[in-house]
Design a protein around this ligand. Structure first.
Ligand SMILES: [Zn+2]
Length: 776
């Protein structure tokens, strides 16, 4: 008898492992299907060819080309030239644009947008294709946003080779996106074509591979989603991300069009965050398939919208939508979603009543099941956060962090997933001693119901993630509470549970992965919450395993992955920072770095015992952050200049007209004022944000990118009778040339840290303009 019982136990454990493995396999399949489509080679003349687009990219993504740099002008000329070659009549829209709501500074620039129009045969409204051609200071911009620019160039080429469309298609390569969405602003506000736009398609990127995701839409997207679903062959999109994105501060050019009431779709690929805004964002590291995914969307949708009546009903109430395996888009109206949810809620209540009547559920048991899932979520989130915190401290600078990413993020995350599953198994093991599995599992489903209600109130686009998994999971308990007990053994229930969890796994597993991609490993605690929720659908499957066997086995696997992540985590290149700053008032200069200590390359500028201190005398925008500094020889470069064109007082208000120039034609000007101004106009553009706030607040700098050679004009009004103190800093994107000093080249395993001031020269000069100063 004992042998038979052991044998039977083994079969049960195996069944449990197999069903849990099956669920994990479905989840993995659903995550692995999140890849861009295979390359379409060779493509015919009317098809999108990524190979051809790549030829453009090899000319654009050669070196960093931030706005204001000489390389930026080369890229502008190249794109312009290619449009000419296609037989189009491109224009450069040169304008001053201002953004007062982009970070802690007023942003402005002289932008140069490149626009071209492919005339339609019977235009209703135009289709606008947008990507930005400026790049971050250290990035060749292959993915951000070169791949998008060349996808749109290639789209134009393919459209030109095809039968003409009904509507005009406008190509817009915006400038100054990275410094405040300024090119898009200038287009919307000033370009005559902006009034004629029916639909906008914007393309961007934040990594160097992964599928291009349609992650944001304008308001009232029902019609757009209908068209998108019918047109696109490989859709990757869901309405949850669109709703979440509304709550995040992140921005792309699309925000500007959305605010202007132009409806459309926004696309980006986001995997490989380590390359974001760094020198690794180059053609060699780009996945050509991601570029092609951009292009497939652009061409198909340009054709679709190009032949639609864009004067018709562009807006239709918001839709709920999600892709299945990146192959098809399920979409329905929010009204349908609400009906579905109400139906699911009614079924949930009926199931509970059935369970209570059969005596298989109790109110206190359900409450404990509800509590158990909450505790699992909290325990898993706390544990993985703690483990990551300890690892990050232990590994210290050995981890190549960038934007919350490491080279072995995926290994860490797999480890943390196992850790979270183990934690959940332990929590349930403890509860299971006192509570039946029916109560625990049905109590867990109440979380789905609660979150479903909350989703309808706050993020209706996310309702699909709860309604469908809950609906299918309820089947298990309808069967359990209606069939006679002897008809449904635990092993049968285990099989049914695994099958009924499939919709939940298919929908929630990619969400877990996408959350990890979007938020990075630093927020790993957030990532395990939906995972724990998902495990709530599979509680029956934990039932057949010995309470401690599973957690221990999972912990061992978790540790293996985490150790592997640590071992392989240190890979070059690693970012470092050094910049030069000269105070032209004192003629003193420093080398400075925000790094913890000098490395092999920065040590030629900084002694190993260099002290960290605030550098506000050189860089007011450093905001008293401590930098390692070392005194440096003063270079003979001209300091920024202020010319007073006019200075008058009318009715106790001081009117000033000044011109600020970077005498060395640097890329960026930072202007700090000791006063606030009731009116502030920069090259004709007002900084005003309304009646009740000063147009220019004290201590909030104006950052002007690509100032024209002749300088920028400021018209200022203030009530203050104090002398006006202005500090002007200009920044160029290279280190200075010093006499008798050769700067060693940076070794290949190091690179300028993204989002830093590295490899720049700053010159600061202060100006005091006395109250009485008249016309010069
Ligand atoms: Zn971008």
């Amino acid at each position: 008898m004992t042998g038979f019982r052991n044998h039977y136990l083994l079969v049960k454990i195996l069944l449990s492992i197999v069903t849990l493995g099956f669920a994990a396999g479905v989840g993995l399949l659903s995550i692995l299907s999140l890849v861009p489509p295979a390359l379409n080679t060779p493509a015919s003349a009317t098809e999108f060819s990524s190979a051809h687009a790549l030829e453009y990219l090899k000319a654009i993504a050669v070196k960093p080309h931030p706005i204001g740099s000489p390389a930026h002008a080369e890229v502008r000329d190249y794109i312009f030239g290619e449009l000419l070659k296609m037989g189009l009549q491109p224009q450069v829209q040169k304008a001053t644009a201002v953004n007062t709501r982009f970070g802690p500074a007023y942003r402005a620039a002289t932008v140069e947008n490149i626009v071209a129009k492919l005339e339609g045969a019977a235009n209703t409204r135009a289709v606008l294709l947008v990507a930005h051609y400026d790049a971050a200071p250290y990035s060749p911009g292959a993915s951000d946003d070169g791949a998008a620019v060349v996808s749109l160039l290639e789209t134009l080429r393919a459209l030109k080779a095809s039968t003409p469309l009904k509507n005009d298609v406008i190509f817009l390569a915006t400038d100054g996106e990275e410094v405040g969405l300024l090119g898009a602003k200038a287009f919307v506000q000033e370009h005559p074509w902006a009034k004629d736009i029916g639909v906008v398609l914007n393309f961007d990127a934040r990594g160097n591979h992964g599928p291009s995701i349609m992650f944001q839409t304008g308001d009232a997207n029902g019609w757009l989603i209908d068209e998108f679903a019918e047109t696109v062959r490989r859709p990757v999109a869901n309405s949850l991300s669109a709703d979440i994105y509304k709550l995040l501060p992140n921005d792309t050019d699309f925000s500007v069009f959305k605010q202007a009431g132009i409806n459309g779709l926004n696309f980006a690929y986001t995997e490989g965050l380590v390359s974001y805004h760094s020198s690794l964002d180059n053609v060699a590291h780009l996945d050509e398939r991601s570029l092609q995914h951009h292009g497939m969307y652009a061409l198909a949708l340009a054709r679709r919208f190009g032949n639609s009546d864009l004067n018709g009903p562009i807006s239709k109430r918001d839709a709920v939508y999600f892709d299945l395996f990146g192959r098809t888009l399920i979409h329905y109206s929010r009204a349908t979603a609400l009906v579905l949810s109400i139906l699911v809620a009614l079924i949930t209540f009926s199931v509970i009543v059935l369970g209570l009547r059969r005596g298989l559920l109790t109110w206190s048991g359900l409450a404990r099941g509800f509590l158990a899932l909450l505790l699992s979520m909290i325990a898993s989130a706390l544990l993985v956060t703690l483990v990551w915190w300890v690892l990050a401290r232990l590994a210290g600078s050995r981890l190549s962090f960038q934007q919350g990413d490491t080279w072995t993020n995926h290994l860490y995350v797999i480890g943390f997933v196992f850790l979270a599953v183990a934690t959940t198994a332990i929590v349930y093991g403890c509860f299971r001693k006192k509570v039946s599995v029916e109560n625990l599992a049905t109590g867990a489903l109440l979380w789905f119901l609660l979150l479903l209600i909350l989703a309808h109130i706050f993020i209706p686009g996310g309702s699909y993630l709860l309604a469908w998994p809950l609906l299918f999971a309820l089947i298990v308990w309808i069967l359990k509470f209606t069939l006679p007990a002897e008809k449904l053994s635990l092993t049968k229930l285990c099989l049914i549970s695994a099958v009924c969890a499939v919709p939940g796994v298919i929908l929630i597993a990619p969400l877990i992965y996408q959350t990890f991609i979007a938020f990075g490993i630093n927020l790993v605690g957030v990532i395990v919450v939906p995972l724990t929720l998902l495990l709530g659908l599979l509680l029956v499957n934990f039932e057949l395993i010995n309470r401690w066997l599973l957690p221990v086995a999972l912990m061992v696997v978790a540790v293996c992955f985490i150790v592997a992540a640590l071992v392989f985590g240190f890979q070059p290149p690693k970012g470092d920072e050094v910049f030069y700053a000269l105070n032209a008032d004192t003629n003193k200069a420093v080398w400075a770095s925000g790094d913890a200590k000098p490395d092999e390359w920065t040590s030629q500028f900084l002694l190993s015992n260099a002290a960290a201190a605030p550098i506000d005398d050189y860089l007011p925008m450093a905001n008293r952050k401590a930098y390692l500094t070392q005194s440096a020889p003063a270079v003979s470069l001209p300091a920024p200049v202020i010319d007073i064109i006019d200075s008058q007082v009318h009715e106790q208000t001081r009117h000033l007209h000044i011109r600020v120039t970077s005498a060395r034609e640097a890329a960026t000007l930072y202007i700090y004022s000791s006063n606030e101004f009731s009116e502030a106009i920069v090259n004709g553009q007002s900084l005003s944000q309304g009646q009740n706030v000063p147009a220019w607040e004290k201590d909030k700098p104006l950052v002007y990118s690509a100032p024209p050679r002749e300088g920028i004009d400021l018209l200022l009004k203030t009530k203050s009778s104090q002398p006006l103190i202005l500090k002007v800093v200009d920044r160029s994107f290279q280190l200075p040339e010093l006499p008798n000093t050769t700067i060693k080249a940076r070794p290949g395993y190091l690179m300028p840290a993204p989002f830093s001031y590295s490899d720049s020269t700053f010159i600061i000069k202060s100006f005091s303009i006395p109250y009485a100063a008249g016309v010069r």
